[in-house]
Design a binder for this molecule. Sequence first.
Ligand code: ADP
Length: 407
Amino acid sequence: MTTPTRVLVLNSGSSSVKYQLLDMRDASRLAVGLVERIGESSSRVAHTPLEGGGAERRERTAPIADHAAALKAVAEELARDGLGLDSPELAAIGHRVVHGGLRFTEPTVVTEEVLAEIERLVPVAPLHNPANLTGIRTAQALRPDLPQVAVFDTAFHTTMPEAASRYAIDVETADAHRIRRYGFHGTSHAYVSRATAELLGRDPSEVNVIVLHLGNGASASAVSGGRCVETSMGLTPLEGLVMGTRSGDIDPAVIFHLQRVAGMSADEIDTLLNKRSGLVGLCGDNDMREIHRRIGEGDPAARLAFDIYVHRLKKYIGAYYAVLGRVDAVAFTAGVGENAAPVRAAAVAGLEELGLAVDAGLNAERSEGARLISPGYARVAVAVVPTDEEREIARQTFALAGGEVNA
Ligand code: ADP
């Protein structure tokens, strides 16, 4: 019998499931896809087989009631390409789990006890952990014989010193409710900081990197010698940078003010800060491409949104520079970080005294892989490093399932 080498990675959100099937002999992708608008009448399944067979991308709209039905749709799509989940070549299923609290510092093979702990963390991740749990339970039902591995967004940040992870509030209250800064996007920060060291031709243990993960959600981290020492997201993914729809840092008194003066409920303020703030709250658009286009047309609201976004980013670069003391590289990643050259240029503009500069020509280039965009003379490397959370989850899952990754 051949040794199983495939890993299915599932990223289950509240109304979507993103998936990738990888072959861990070389970490190549066999298929990627997405089920979205779960629970609505017009759910969408988009599936792209990547290697072998040469099949085309398929898309269909159909009502998909819940996560169990979504996973069934995934299994059917994969089976059509001869990659069915009943295959003996499947070694394990890896799950992105958003909140692992303090307990989960490493990827973990799922047991009933692990599920119970993820459940216990629902109050600190009410939007994400329930969906992640449903994804795991559904996958377990489908292949009860396979190891299911949970890879936590928070794990990489558990090395933060208490000086960075504690809020300055009453300790008893904080501890009773597990209130502290956990940080998110950890899989991406771990992967990108390591890939940046590789790009510099150095061992991760030797370098200090500021990672700027700028997607729809956005976070910064300060990584010293491969360990996270500070990150911008906190108890929830609301703290820190300006994001697509989230405010990031805000005076907490704004919340009481809105309750007392505007008569808003806690849920309404939650929605305001998580869904109607950030870029979308400032100018109506959360897509940086659209914001660039509007700025080109002289739109003042888009300009201001961009300026506020970049101002916050620059403040964090400065703060993390101070936290690290010495910085070897600043790495931009995720949708905005990898694609939006104007954001990168503006974020480091004027920081030459800190050894930071961007070469306009290099910054404007596009490429698939990791690359430097700082001029040769700059003391600190500025890099664009595409993130790959799914491949990292697959790598960690396969390693835990006893496989050896060559790529
Ligand atoms: P997430 O995984 O958090 O949903 P991504 O990392 O995919 O987000 O980033 C999505 C965001 O990236 C989009 O909302 C958009 O603002 C930005 N983006 C994607 N492509 C480009 C581009 N070519 N130029 C500028 N911004 C881009």
